[in-house]
Design a protein around this ligand. Structure first.
Ligand code: SAM
Ligand code: SF4
Length: 348
């Protein structure tokens, strides 16, 4: 039974009614103040750990229109969400993306939102940098795993590194702060990570390393490339001084300062360190499905509620009340992915 079947039952309806007022709190007492919205499942790259080479993308009719994305995201803002991250797939590849940012930016102006931001592969960033700055986006995440054009081409199966570097130049010139995200991969970029970190810090950017997560079928066996960040950290600590920072971004990253470069380095370790206790986020797919946990199969169909003219606020509260306590990732040779949907569907 989905939460929306349950919505019709008396018990569920009265539970929702009891929590109709006040902030969004899940069944474990965690406040939900952060929404990630995947605005498209499509992408102009095919990163080997993220997508299969020949992906089946969703039919357009299943994808929420810009107006619908605005309506659902705005319902969350009305329920106390303070931070909105637009992601994908590749958000900048969604037609009309800047119009969506323009619509949502009214919540920045109106004080409903503290932050409107995005995660992008950076390929088309140069085109959009000035608009993003104008609309109140102050910092963004750019995913970049390597500074070597050939490795970039191989990892993304088609990307041109120079476009991403031009995009980073453009957004920094427009005054936005950039944080890099890099997936740590045993063969592809492990040896290069110190250079990537030093480069990011030299340009005034934070950088976060991410372990590969078992989300969706890809051709490669992720165990071949899985690199525990505990090992990366030990390696870095053999030649740099890493000082733990109490910095809490509300996210799963644990930060250190690299004393030699003066920059901040984050570690996201879903497989070696469970980060669920303080989780404040939920994720909306481009089809309007709400996932309250990245690593579980729980799903609530907000599109059905929206298109039936139902009460989005009630539906959201009910879904949040059922947010699982945590994920259960493990990565084992030959094992099926923990979750069948790709990161590009859920929104990274
Ligand atoms: N296309 C945008 C980008 O690449 O930044 C946004 C979407 S992408 C799915 C968001 C983030 O998820 C990227 O930083 C990417 O490296 C990361 N990612 C994708 N698949 C992953 C996986 N299986 N494990 C860990 N991180 C993954
Ligand atoms: Fe596209 Fe981002 Fe996935 Fe790479 S990680 S394939 S850029 S959605």
């Amino acid at each position: 039974m989905t939460p929306f079947d349950a919505l019709n039952s008396d018990t569920a309806a009265s539970a929702a009614a009891m929590t109709r007022r006040g902030p969004l709190i899940d069944g474990f007492g965690r406040g939900v103040t952060y929404l990630r919205v995947s605005v498209t499942d499509r992408c102009d790259l095919r990163c080997v750990y993220c997508m299969a080479e020949h992906m089946q993308f969703l039919p357009k009719a299943e994808v929420l229109s810009l107006e619908e994305l605005d309506a659902v995201a705005s319902a969350f803002v009305e329920l106390g969400v303070r931070k909105l991250r637009l992601t994908g797939g590749e958000p900048l590849a969604r037609k009309g993306f800047i119009d969506l940012v323009a619509r949502l930016s009214r919540h920045l102006a109106g004080g409903g939102l503290d932050e409107l931001t995005l995660t992008t592969n950076g390929v088309r960033l140069a085109e959009f940098a000035a608009d993003l700055a104008r609309l109140g986006v102050r910092r963004i995440n750019v995913s970049l795993d390597t500074l070597k054009p050939d490795v970039f081409q191989r990892l993304t199966r088609r990307g041109d590194l120079s476009k991403v570097l031009a995009g980073i130049d453009a957004v920094q010139a427009a005054g936005l702060a950039v944080k890099l995200n890099a997936v740590a991969l045993k063969d592809a970029n492990a040896a290069e990570l110190p250079d990537l970190i030093a480069w990011a810090h030299g340009r005034g950017m934070d950088i976060t390393l991410i372990e590969t997560m078992p989300l969706g079928e890809v051709e490669a066996d992720r165990t071949e490339q899985f690199l525990p960040l505990s090992r990366v950290r030990d390696e870095l600590a053999s030649f740099w001084t890493l000082t733990d920072l109490p910095l809490n971004t509300g996210g799963p990253a644990r930060y250190v300062r690299v004393e030699e470069t003066g920059g901040r380095l984050g570690f996201i370790t879903p497989l070696t360190h469970n980060f669920c206790e303080a989780c404040n986020r939920v994720r909306l797919t481009c089809t309007g499905t709400l996932h309250t946990c990245l690593g579980r199969e729980d799903a609530s169909d907000l599109r059905a509620v929206l298109r039936a003219g139902g009460d989005l606020a009630d539906a959201i509260r009910l879904a949040v009340s059922g947010k699982p306590q945590g994920h259960d990732f493990h990565i084992e040779r030959g094992a099926a992915p923990a979750v069948a949907r790709h990161m590009s569907t859920t929104g990274g």
